[in-house]
Design a protein. Structure first.
Length: 126
């Protein structure tokens, strides 16, 4: 097979151009595939952890859910009730609400995963 110097030159130029100015769509596809692979790996780890009968391995998810739920209950039920009772007793106090900016992403992520699992159960998938 004879070597075609013109085709080889074009091929070399194309490789050089792709190295200098890579195709964004291909690069984005590769980055997305890597991210999906990482998420899928974490999901498999989560399944194994959740199936563990040891409370120290599988119990942290419910614990985080209870902590977030307790903070929500404090902010919208406990705090107003405590302020009214203290005011009525003649001891007005200043109590602050729990900071939800760090807790909301955790809780919403857990709620989203819970909703996905509920959907899976209704469809009979594992």
């Amino acid at each position: 097979m004879p070597l075609d110097p013109i085709s080889a030159g074009f091929s070399l130029a194309q490789v050089a151009i792709n190295k200098i100015w890579p195709d964004k769509t291909e690069q984005e596809k590769a980055e997305l595939a890597a991210a999906v692979s990482i998420v899928n790996g974490q999901l498999e780890i989560n399944k194994v952890e959740a199936a563990n009968p040891n409370v120290w391995s599988s119990g942290w998810r419910p614990y985080i859910g209870w902590v977030c739920g307790t903070a929500f209950a404090w902010n919208w039920i406990g705090l107003p009730v405590a302020k009214v009772i203290a005011e009525y007793a003649g001891y007005p106090i200043t109590l602050s609400a729990a900071d939800m900016t760090e807790m909301m992403p955790v809780l919403l992520g857990m709620l989203g995963l819970g909703a996905m699992r509920s959907y899976d159960k209704t469809k009979g998938t594992s």
